[in-house]
Design a protein. Structure first.
Lengths: 503, 474
């Protein structure tokens, strides 16, 4: 029996071991039941000679738990192994195991299938995602294209509207021209009709009205002269007269233009002279040693300018191109010189600012400006001062107002005083009140104090009385001094009009 | 008898006239009026009748000769022209055009030739009063202004058309010698006008094409100007008295000014319906209908105060911006009422008065120095006529009511013509001295004497009489 059990247990061991080996178990945790005795790993034994009964018990418990009948049968209170039921149980276990393995295999297959499905799904998912991306991009592109096309259509609409307006305008023009043409045509037709009628009338009319002039006598010409025969000479005279008229007109025109031209030239000359004037005195007044060389230059320049002017005076009457160019060139030159001069002055100012060679006559721009500012400020202050003084003076010297206004004004002042006084009174009143209150409290306090004093004196007096009454004669001497004290007390008592206690 | 108006204006009494035929002699001394078939010549100052002539038929056109010695009376229906002499009342002259008919008749500048245009513009016959000579000019053109004399009276420009082409002939008025004859590059020549200095001839095309051609006296083409194509073109033309400017008014409601040196556009004046230019003063005529209390009136009062029922008007200056009333023309009709139909320069070249047909109640006055609008007059009725004073920058206009309106740079005046029974002023013209205006009604005429400067000073503060005038100055 024991051998069988061992075999069984070995088998069970093997079964256990084999059941721990399948590859699919990688994914799931192995759930090896914990044995009560030892941790069952590999081929370690479950049952040995020592613990057979425990093993048997254990196994029977387990089997019971699994739903197998008990492998023991009771024989007089002793548990004996029922081999048949044990074998049956083992068989049952084997069947169970087989079923379990089968299920496991199925599950594994299922799992494989599922995992492959999942993989497939994932692949399709990623593919779909890519597709989605693509289609989104496509969508954006199409949207963009649509927008562009819309803008295009709007522009085209606008163009179309413009074109339509243009067409309308042209149609209006055509319509007005057509109506004008029709009108003219009708007028001409009417005229033509009348002409035809008249022609008819003339052809049929026998009485031909003679055309002619009937005058009493011929009148002389308005200018009194005789009329002349028409000859070739008169024709040429007419031509010459016509050309003379035209020439006169041209002459007049040209004279006017000349006058205008001369005036403009004069103006330009004046400008030029003024410019020269501006340039030359400046150069004479504010010059440093450094400027000597340029001074010579400018002297030369001025001399040349004068020469130019002199020579120019002769040509000012000429209106030829040369003179015109000369004038405009000289003006341009002067203007350039003026500009250069201004630039020079600026440079000079900046140089002086840097502290190079300050001349007594020249002061730096900055200092000058500061001085100016200061002076301006002073002037402004003085002005303000004068202004206020004037105001005050006016106030003082102003004519005496009439009584009303004076009264009003004085009243104003009085009012102010009154107000002030009122306020002071108020404070005074308040203070007075305070003082009164304080005085009252003081008096009350004094009264209270008096009362208390009285009480105190009375108490003292009684105490002294007692003392005295309780004291011996020998102490009378001592008491004398005390008497005086009590006398004082009595006196005080008298003062306070308390009932006297005869001593 | 004179009826005293305000601002020192005296109005004469009313005389009869027919056909608006009333002309002052060029020397300013006489006033000739036609009443049916009578010709009445008066002294301008006293208005006394000096001469009375009787024509053979109702006079259609009347004109003084340039030396104020003769008067021409034309009767188109009868094809007759009669000439009267002022010096010799017995002198007579009758021109009979016969079967050829008469459409227009006018004096030549020397006052001794008469140019008759036959019916259908077949020819122009030049009759001489000095001798027996008769001249014929063929193919004159029937257009807006086909004939023009230069200011000095020496040359005449005539528009002609033959073989569907336009030509211009320049004649010497002395002996009617053909000086120049040239073709013009126009579709349908509408008018010719000499510049006041007599050296430039402006010729323009019909309104179907905007084209202005400028020719020199000797026939050379100086310049061509065309502002735009296709739309209706030139409606009116005016030279400035100094010949400096040529103003062209067109159907696009603009006036373009050409300068005489380059013949290019100097500027253009636009007649915008909204006036925002602060330099332009808008004078708006405001009518004030009188409120008549019916109960308190007595018959006497009504008889005395004939002005009680009169509509008083005065000028107001509304604040800018101002909207000018616009009348849209009928687009289907020919000669649409749109565009500048009247332009006139003042005698000192300083101002230009224009009228836009689609703003018929307004007259625009432009300053030529500033080249911008200086005043816009807005009347209560369409303006019928306006004319500048020949001596000073003063504009007189009328709208067909009983008032005369005057504008000057100092301001605007509206004067009621103090004629009993009302006087509808339909047309007017100035006396050559600028001292008086002749007002023409339907069949009446009245003279308005302007105050001289001394009188103006005296009467400025004195408002008197039945004439109501309100002086608005800016």
């Amino acid at each position: 029996m024991i051998c069988l059990i061992i075999l069984c247990t070995e088998d069970i061991n093997n079964i256990y071991v084999s059941s721990t080996m399948p590859p699919s178990r990688q994914y799931s945790q192995s759930t090896i039941p914990l044995l009560p005795f030892r941790h069952y790993i590999g081929n370690t034994e479950f049952c040995t000679e020592n613990n057979t009964s425990e093993c048997m018990l254990y196994i029977s418990q387990e089997l019971l738990a699994l739903g197998f009948p008990s492998i023991f049968f009771d024989l007089n209170g002793l548990r004996e192994l029922d081999v048949i039921s044990a074998l049956n149980s083992m068989y049952g276990l084997l069947q169970m195991h087989r079923r379990a393995v089968g299920m496991l295999a199925e599950l594994e297959v299922e799992q494989l299938r599922v995992s492959s499905d999942l993989h497939c799904q994932q692949l399709t998912n990623s593919k779909l995602k890519d597709q989605l991306e693509l289609s989104k991009k496509e969508n954006l592109r199409l949207c963009e294209r649509e927008r562009q096309l819309e803008a295009n259509t709007k522009a085209l609409h606008h163009c179309l509207k413009n074109e339509k307006e243009e067409v309308q305008k042209l149609q209006n023009v055509i319509a007005s021209r057509a109506s004008q043409y029709n009108h003219n045509l009708k007028r001409k037709e009417r005229e033509f009709g009348k002409l035809k009628e008249r022609l008819n009338q003339l052809l049929t009319d026998k009485k031909d009205k003679k055309q002619g002039m009937d005058v009493l006598n011929y009148v002389g010409r308005s200018d009194g002269k005789r009329s002349q025969w028409k000859t070739g000479k008169t024709d040429s005279r007419h031509e010459s007269d016509m050309y003379k008229a035209l020439l006169n007109e041209f002459d007049k025109h040209q004279r006017e233009l000349m006058i205008e031209n001369a005036e403009l030239k004069k103006v330009l000359q004046q400008i030029k002279q003024e410019m020269v004037g501006i340039l030359s005195p400046k150069r004479q007044s504010g010059e440093t040693q450094k400027e000597e060389k340029p001074k010579e230059f400018t002297d030369q320049q001025i001399a040349s300018d004068e020469e130019e002017e002199n020579s120019f005076k002769g040509t000012s009457e000429m209106s030829c191109e040369h003179a015109r160019e000369q004038l405009s060139n000289s003006i341009r030159q002067q203007w350039r010189k003026l500009k250069d001069h201004m630039a020079n002055l600026d440079n000079k100012a900046s140089l002086v600012h840097l502290g190079q060679g300050i001349n007594e006559e020249m002061i730096s721009k900055e200092v000058h400006q500061e001085e100016m500012e200061r002076l301006k400020l002073e002037i402004q202050q003085c002005k303000d001062f004068i202004h206020t003084q004037q105001q005050l003076l006016q106030q003082q010297l102003s004519t005496p107002w009439d009584e009303e206004t004076a009264a009003v004004l004085t009243d104003c002042y009085m009012l102010e005083e009154k107000e002030r006084l009122k306020e002071e009174w108020k404070t005074f009143e308040e203070q007075k009140k305070n003082f009164e209150m304080e005085r009252r409290t003081f008096t009350e306090a004094a009264i209270r104090l008096g009362h208390e004093r009285k009480m105190f004196e009375e108490d003292r007096a009684t105490w002294l009385k007692h003392q005295f009454l309780n004291m011996t004669f020998t102490d009378q001497m001592n008491l004398k001094t005390q008497n005086t004290l009590s006398e004082y007390a009595v006196q005080e008592q008298k003062h306070i009009s308390s009932p006297k206690t005869p001593l | 008898t004179d009826t005293k108006g305000c601002c020192g204006m005296n109005f004469s009494e009313v005389f009869k006239q027919s056909n608006q035929l009333c002309k002052v002699s060029p020397d300013g001394k006489y006033l000739a009026t036609c009443v049916q078939y009578r010709l009445v010549v008066r002294d301008v100052n006293t208005l006394q009748i000096l001469q009375l002539y009787t024509c053979l038929d109702q006079v259609a056109s009347m004109e003084w000769s340039s030396d104020s010695l003769f008067i021409l009376c034309a009767m188109y229906k009868r094809g007759l022209v009669q000439v009267w002499s002022l010096e010799q009342p017995d002198w007579h002259c009758k021109i009979d055009e016969g079967s050829i008919g008469l459409v227009s008749s006018r004096w030549s500048p020397d006052g001794r030739h008469i140019l008759n245009t036959t019916e259908f513009h077949l020819r122009v016959t030049v009759w001489s009063l000095c001798n027996k000579s008769v001249s014929y000019i063929k193919y004159p053109k029937a257009c807006q202004k086909g004939m023009d004399f230069s200011a000095d009276g020496r040359y005449m420009a005539l528009a002609e058309r033959r073989d569907c082409k336009d030509y211009i002939s320049v004649f010497v008025c002395d002996d009617w010698h053909l000086l120049r004859h040239f073709e013009t590059d126009t579709q349908d020549l509408a008018g010719v006008e000499w510049s006041p200095n007599g050296c430039v001839l402006a010729a323009w095309d019909s309104c179907l094409e905007y084209k202005m051609l400028l020719y020199s006296l000797d026939g050379r083409l100086l310049s061509t100007y065309s502002a735009y194509e296709w739309s209706l073109g030139i409606k009116s033309v005016a030279w400035s008295p100094s010949s400096q400017f040529l103003a062209i008014g067109s159907y696009d409601e603009k006036v373009r000014i050409l300068n005489h040196i380059t013949w290019k556009k100097l500027t253009e004046f636009e007649h915008h319906p909204t006036i925002t230019n602060s330099k332009a003063v808008v004078f708006k005529e405001v009518e004030k209908r009188p409120v008549i209390p019916t109960e308190d009136l007595s018959i006497q009062q009504i008889a005395m105060e004939s002005s009680l029922f009169d509509i008083q008007s005065k000028y107001e200056i509304p604040p800018l911006p101002v909207q000018v009333p616009v009348v849209k023309p009928d687009p289907d009709r020919a000669n649409p009422k749109i565009g500048i139909s009247a332009i006139a320069f003042s005698v000192d070249n300083r101002y230009l008065a224009t009228k836009n047909d689609c703003m018929p109640q307004s007259v625009w006055v432009w300053d030529m120095q500033r080249l911008g609008p200086t005043a816009v007059l807005e009347q209560t009725a369409p303006v019928r006529f306006f004319a500048w004073d020949p001596r000073r920058p003063r504009l007189a206009l009328c709208t067909g009511n009983t008032k005369l309106y005057l504008w000057s740079p100092a301001g605007c005046v509206s004067v009621k013509v103090p004629v009993e029974g009302g006087f509808q002023v339909q047309s007017l013209f100035w006396h050559c001295s600028g001292d008086s205006v002749v007002l023409l009604g339907k069949d009446q005429l009245c003279l308005c004497y302007m105050a001289t400067d001394e009188e103006k000073h005296m009467l400025r503060s004195h408002v008197v009489g039945l004439g109501v005038a309100c002086f608005t100055s800016h």
